[in-house]
Design a protein around this ligand. Structure first.
Ligand code: PMP
Length: 421
């Protein structure tokens, strides 16, 4: 399958070789790398991507959830053009920023106040910084398979697994294992600043959290005095007010990113007003939070269109119902093969195993080579998913594309069934 992939993409191969001269690996986003070389996209429209070799794909990965609006949504385009006409980089407070902040605050129930960043990575670093300053403690409790940005990727643990890790002492528990989290937190209670998690593991395999797990962590945070942080950079799209709204479990701090900024560079962190107050520059003991592009008008305007005009609460409900239907159809197409399509709403992931994984170790035990085969086979049929098996349904993907995708997956199951079984 790899050879066929390479033979059909000579232009991408040549471009990759050139790119690798100036960037190690030919790119600056490690997640996009895969062997033998990633294809080069020359452009995109709606839910479609074109590569340099003349292939066209339906993007079923939707920029890892950030591409909820596709590549060329007219309302986003109009908003960005308006912002361009207003002038970029105003070096001042601007009206887009406050309007957008109010709109975001009004959507997510645990947000009393918030501040913007350029990425989800920064949002998480700032939320953790806020928790360590507020508690005067240093240690954080995270979960295996949690992805909190380029500087905070929690693997399964083990030396060298994560050399570029966050500058805090980190304890890692298995996801969905409340007893393990309690044991770790209680053993380090005197220095535990924060408990951070995605309320569904996203990159780690679209593994939902049990309700009791989330509620237990809320109680554990109270018990230990730690700050509970929900990283909703991905999961915020799963209900109008994110999974905090859908589960009713309220974190102290929330981080956001991806689609909320309308597909521009975006991040935000916020939560309890008493915690966020430390960032008020008018205070003598203020904690500085700077960033040249934090309030850039392009992102602020795109975000206003994204939440205000496009992804309204009704659309969010309908879109996630479509995602549930797609996931059910994929699972049905797998028949009795040992394949699980996990996830929730518009986010899902393939796992080559008979039982749905509940944590990252179980997910890692699935057959990873088959994931690559699925990725390459689907590309051949014109569907682009994440190399690791993830799908994030965008608003631009219509019913015809969903049906075609299920058919392509059903073909994979039929043709590769003997290998999968
Ligand atoms: N948190 C989660 C849950 C994410 O999925 C990501 C990005 N994949 C991030 C944080 C980091 O966001 P960014 O890439 O904008 O830094």
């Amino acid at each position: 399958a790899r050879e066929g992939y390479a033979t059909r993409r000579p232009a991408s191969a040549a471009r990759h070789a050139q790119a690798a001269e100036v960037m190690p690996g030919g790119n600056t986003r490690s997640v996009l790398y895969h062997g033998p070389f990633p294809f080069t996209a020359e452009g995109g429209e709606g839910c479609r991507l074109r590569d340099l070799d003349g292939h066209s794909y339906v993007s079923m990965i939707g920029e890892y959830t950030a591409g909820l609006f596709g590549h060329s949504h007219p309302a986003i385009r109009a908003a960005v053009l308006r912002a361009l006409d207003t002038g970029v980089n105003l070096t001042a407070h601007n009206p887009f920023e406050a309007r957008f902040a109010r709109m975001v605050r009004d959507r997510f129930p645990a947000l009393q106040q918030l501040r913007f960043t350029n990425s989800g990575t920064e949002a998480n670093l700032l939320a953790l910084g806020c928790a360590t300053i507020a508690t005067r403690r240093r240690t954080i409790l995270g979960f295996q398979g949690g992805y909190h940005g380029g500087l905070m990727t929690f693997g399964l643990g083990g030396p060298g697994a994560n050399p570029l890790n966050v500058p805090h002492p980190v304890l890692l528990a298995p996801y969905n294992d409340l007893a393990a989290a309690q044991a770790l937190a209680r053993a380090h209670a005197g220095d535990l600043a924060a408990i951070i998690l995605e309320p569904m593991l996203g990159s780690g395999g679209c593994i939902p959290a049990g309700q009791g797990f989330l509620e237990g962590l809320r109680a554990l945070a109270e018990e230990t005095g730690a700050i509970l942080i929900f990283d909703e950079v991905m999961t915020s799209r799963l209900a109008p007010g994110g999974l905090q709204e859908a589960t009713g479990v309220m974190p102290d701090l929330t981080t956001l990113g991806k689609y909320v900024g309308g597909g521009m560079s975006f991040g935000a962190f916020g939560g309890r007003a008493d915690l966020m107050a430390m960032f008020d520059p008018g205070r003598p003991d203020a904690v500085a939070h700077a960033g040249t592009f934090n309030n850039n008008t392009l992102t602020m305007s795109a975000g206003l269109a994204a939440l205000g005009e496009i992804y309204t609460p009704a659309v969010a409900h309908a879109h996630n119902a479509r995602g549930e239907a797609l996931r059910a159809a994929l699972q049905a197409a797998a028949g009795d093969l040992p394949i699980c399509v996990t996830g929730r709403g518009s986010m899902m992931a393939f796992h080559f195993m008979a039982q749905a994984p509940r944590d990252a170790a179980e997910a890692a035990a699935g057959n990873q080579a088959l994931k690559e085969l699925l990725f390459l086979d689907l590309l051949d049929r014109g569907y682009y998913i994440a190399r690791r098996g993830m799908v994030a349904l965008s608003l631009m993907v219509g019913e015809a594309e969903c049906t075609g995708f299920v058919e392509a997956f059903a073909d994979f199951c039929e043709i590769r069934g003997a290998l999968v079984r």
